[in-house]
Design a protein around this ligand. Structure first.
Ligand SMILES: CC(C)(COP(=O)(O)OP(=O)(O)OC[C@H]1O[C@@H](n2cnc3c(N)ncnc32)[C@H](O)[C@@H]1OP(=O)(O)O)[C@@H](O)C(=O)NCCC(=O)NCCS
Length: 169
């Protein structure tokens, strides 16, 4: 099993995996409002392949926190993370996450935000502390809005698509 940088050519297979794991209604989730029309960060997105077959994927996206006053601050949105059902519990998601976080740290990437289960993501350094006053472009379970890094970020703000990254419709 190999972890490889995600390429544009992987996207159709990633879509099939995400539909299988989250269902087609995944597009209604709030996180998708932050990804619509935006290309994944190719340097910080990864796939897991075994014998050529896609067995997992993790994508990251450029987003921003708009404070009440002042300039928007960059954040990285991590997710979705998915592993094929037949390969769960082998550590594939953990390898994808640690690979992406190591790459983000090495690149000096901004603090990482995700919407997910704290009992799972806590082990990678994510916590809901500090995000309670952040608004998203849709409903979110506060306990699932998790941040890694970002001490000193404003307590109140709007999480948005980063400036200039959305493609024209
Ligand atoms: C969640 C998911 C990515 C985990 O992938 P995986 O490769 O099986 O994960 P790993 O093998 O690296 O880690 C498994 C560990 O995480 C735990 N875990 C998995 N999902 C969890 C959750 N939602 N909450 C708490 N712990 C969880 C497992 O119990 C296991 O614990 P252990 O190491 O103590 O035995 C995979 O189950 C999946 O694709 N699910 C459907 C899509 C999804 O929910 N994605 C996450 C969205 S936030």
């Amino acid at each position: 099993m190999h972890i490889l940088p995600a390429q544009a050519a992987d996207l159709p297979e990633i879509d099939v995996l995400l539909d299988a794991r989250f269902g087609p209604a995944r597009h209604n989730r709030t996180a998708y409002r932050l990804r619509e029309g935006v290309a994944m960060d190719g340097a910080l997105s990864f796939v897991a392949r075994d014998g050529g077959a896609l067995v997992g994927s993790l994508q990251c996206w450029p987003i921003a926190l708009q404070p009440v006053a002042g300039a928007a601050l960059p954040l990285l949105l991590l997710g979705p993370v998915a592993v094929v059902a037949s390969r769960e519990g082998e550590g594939i998601a953990s390898r994808l996450i640690t690979t992406a976080l190591a790459a983000a740290d090495a690149a000096g990437a901004p603090p990482v935000l995700l919407i997910g289960d704290a009992p799972f993501y806590g082990r990678f350094g994510f916590t809901a502390e500090g995000t309670g006053g952040w608004q998203l472009p849709g409903p979110v379970d506060r306990a699932r809005l998790l941040l890694r890094g970002g001490a000193g970020l404003p307590r109140v703000g709007r999480v948005e698509v980063a400036d200039g990254v959305r493609r024209a419709a």
